[in-house]
Design a protein around this ligand. Structure first.
Ligand SMILES: Cc1cc2nc3c(=O)[nH]c(=O)nc-3n(C[C@H](O)[C@H](O)[C@H](O)COP(=O)(O)OP(=O)(O)OC[C@H]3O[C@@H](n4cnc5c(N)ncnc54)[C@H](O)[C@@H]3O)c2cc1C
Length: 456
C-alpha cells in the first residue's frame, strides 16, 4: 500500500499507541537521513538513488526486542512496507525504501546479551566495535568484522560478507552465524529461532526473509594481534610476499595490499611513501619475525610494527572498500568492482587491461586473493562493458552497482512465502519469481567459487 501523509501519520500514531511514545516518527529530517545508505560509493547508484528520491513515510525505532514482532504485526495488518536498517553503511542501496512505508531502525537494540565459550549473543543493533570489545574482554576473538566496524551486527549479517578474520574463517555464510532470532512479517507478532545451516536464508539477503532481533556469532581463543606496515618498490615482489603469507605458522587476520596510486590517501598511523606498494598485515605477534623475513627476502622493508590493538583496528579501517572511499573522498570520481581469483596474483597486468588506468586494492584469502578493482568513472555502460571481459580472464566479480539480493537467492525465495507472505519486507530487492538453481550460491562465494574451479 502507498501511504499518503495522512495515512502515514495515522499509522505512526497507531504504532505510538501500541508500542510507546517516541518509537514512531514522521520527522522529515529523520526520514531523509534514514532513507538512504552508503550507495553513494557507486557513481551509478548515486545517480539512481540520490538522497530524497525514495523517502520512507515514517521511521520506527524500537528500544526492546519485543517491539519488533509487535510492530511487524501492525505493518502486516495495515499493509505497510518495512525496510530494516542498522547503521546504513551498506553500499549497494540495500536499505533504500523504494516503496516508502517504514524504515525500522534497529540501533536501539544494542545489548550484548551473553559472551560464552566460543560464542557471543548480541541484539541486532549492537555495534561490532562494542561486540568486539566484549569478546576481547572475555579472552576471545570475534571470528570476523568488516572494515566498517561501527556498523551493526544485524546489518553485517544481513548486508555484508567479509572482513578482518575472513582469511581464516571465510565469509559470514561459513559458520560465523551460529543462530538468529527472526521476526517474520506474517501477522503472528512472534519470533522464531534458527541455527546453523538454517540461518542461510537470512544471511546477506537484506532482511527480505525476516528481521533479525538477536544473533549468535562465533568466537575463538584470543590471539595477540599486532599491526605491521611494509612497503615495496617492486609490485610483483610485493605480490609474491602477499601470496606467501598463508604459510605463516599462524594465519594473519588481515593482509591488505595497495599499489602506489591508492597509498597517498590512506589515513595510516605513520606517513606512507606514496611511490611504493603498501602491505599492511594484522598478524599474530609470534609470527612477526617470520613475516619480516618474508618481506625482506621479497626486497621489501618493514616500516613499522604496532603492538596496540587499536592500531590493528586502524589497519582494518583501511581494508576492503575503504581505500576506494578514501580515494573518492580526495576528489577522484572513481568506481570499483569486487573481484577475486588467482589471475590477480598471477597476471595483474592482464586484469588491469579491463578498465584502462585502473588500480587494485587486494585482500588476502588462502585460496586466492579478493580485491577492489578501482578505475575512473565515465558511465554505467563503461562499467558494465568490463564484466564480460573479467569473465573471459577467469576473474570472479560481484557488482556493487545494483541492489537486488544476489546471494542465497534460492533459499530466500523458498523462505519468503512463509516469513513474508504479503511481500512487505524490503520491497524491490528480491525477484520472487526468479528461477535459480537451489543451493547455487549457498556458501556466499561468488568470488571464491570461481577460484576453486580455476585452481582445481
Ligand atoms: C567504506 C565502506 C567499507 C565497507 N567495508 C566492508 C567490509 O569490510 N566488509 C563487508 O562485508 N562490508 C563492508 N561494507 C558494507 C557495509 O558496511 C557492511 O555490510 C555493514 O556491515 C552493514 O552494516 P550496517 O549496520 O551499516 O547495515 P545497513 O547498511 O543498515 O543494512 C544492510 C542491509 O541489511 C538489512 N538489515 C539491517 N539490519 C537488519 C536486521 N536486523 N535484520 C534484517 N535485515 C537487516 C538492511 O535492510 C540492508 O539491506 C563497507 C561499506 C563501506 C561504505
Amino acid at each position: 500500500m502507498t501511504l499518503t501523509p495522512e495515512s502515514a501519520a495515522a499509522f505512526a500514531e497507531l504504532v505510538t499507541n501500541e508500542l510507546g511514545e517516541g518509537i514512531a516518527s514522521t520527522d522529515p529530517d529523520l526520514i531523509l537521513k534514514c532513507s538512504s545508505d552508503w550507495s553513494r560509493m557507486s557513481p551509478i547508484l548515486q545517480e539512481k538513488l540520490p538522497p530524497g528520491r525514495f523517502p520512507a513515510d515514517l521511521v520506527v525505532r524500537p528500544t526492546s526486542a519485543e517491539q519488533v514482532p509487535a510492530f511487524l504485526k501492525l505493518a502486516f495488518e495495515h499493509d505497510v512496507p518495512v525496510v530494516p536498517r542498522g547503521a546504513g553503511t551498506g553500499n549497494y542501496g540495500q536499505a533504500t525504501p523504494f516503496t516508502g512505508g517504514a524504515v525500522l531502525d534497529l540501533r536501539g537494540l544494542d545489548a550484548i546479551v551473553e559472551v560464552g565459550d566460543g560464542y557471543v549473543v548480541a541484539q541486532a543493533g549492537a555495534k561490532l566495535t562494542a561486540v568486539d570489545d566484549a569478546v576481547r574482554a572475555s579472552g576471545q576473538d570475534l571470528w570476523m568484522f568488516p572494515s566498517t566496524k561501527g556498523s551493526t551486527v544485524g546489518g553485517f549479517v544481513a548486508g555484508g560478507s567479509a572482513g578482518a578474520g575472513t582469511i581464516e574463517f571465510g565469509t559470514t555464510a561459513d559458520g560465523f552465524v551460529a543462530a538468529m532470532t527472526i521476526a517474520p512479517c506474517d501477522g503472528s507478532g512472534e519470533t522464531f529461532h534458527v541455527e546453523g545451516e538454517a540461518t542461510i536464508p537470512y544471511v546477506h539477503t537484506y532482511g527480505v526473509t525476516g528481521v533479525a532481533t538477536e544473533i549468535t556469532l562465533r568466537c575463538s581463543p584470543a590471539r595477540d594481534w599486532v599491526a605491521m606496515y611494509a612497503s615495496f618498490t617492486d609490485y610483483d615482489k610485493a605480490l609474491a610476499v602477499h601470496r606467501a603469507l598463508p604459510g605463516l605458522s599462524v594465519l594473519p587476520r588481515l593482509a591488505s595490499l595497495d599499489e602506489p596510486g591508492l597509498v597517498a590517501t590512506l589515513p595510516a598511523a605513520l606517513p606512507l611513501d606514496a611511490t611504493k606498494t603498501s602491505l599492511r598485515i594484522i598478524l599474530e605477534a609470534s609470527t612477526v619475525e617470520e613475516a619480516a623475513d618474508l618481506v625482506v627476502e621479497g626486497s621489501g622493508e618493514v616500516v613499522a610494527v604496532f603492538e596496540d590493538y587499536a592500531e590493528c583496528d586502524r589497519l582494518s579501517s583501511m581494508s576492503y572498500n575503504h581505500p576506494v572511499y578514501f580515494l573518492q573522498k580526495s576528489g577522484r570520481n572513481c568506481f570499483h568492482v569486487e573481484v577475486g581469483g588467482l589471475p590477480l596474483w598471477d597476471s595483474p597486468e592482464s586484469v588491469r587491461t579491463v578498465y584502462p588506468g585502473s588500480m587494485i586494492h587486494m585482500e588476502l584469502r588462502v585460496e586466492a586473493p579478493m580485491a577492489m578493482y578501482v578505475a575512473d568513472y565515465e558511465s554505467e555502460a563503461q562499467v558494465l562493458a568490463g564484466f564480460p571481459k573479467l569473465e573471459e580472464l577467469g576473474i570472479g566479480f560481484h557488482s556493487p552497482h545494483q541492489w537486488a539480493v544476489d546471494r542465497h537467492v534460492a533459499e530466500a525465495i523458498a523462505t519468503v512465502p512463509t516469513t513474508d507472505p504479503k511481500g512487505l519486507l524490503n520491497q524491490g530487492k528480491l525477484d520472487r519469481d526468479a528461477v535459480v538453481p537451489p543451493q547455487a550460491d549457498t556458501r556466499n562465494e561468488v568470488l571464491i567459487a570461481r577460484t576453486t574451479v580455476l585452481s582445481s
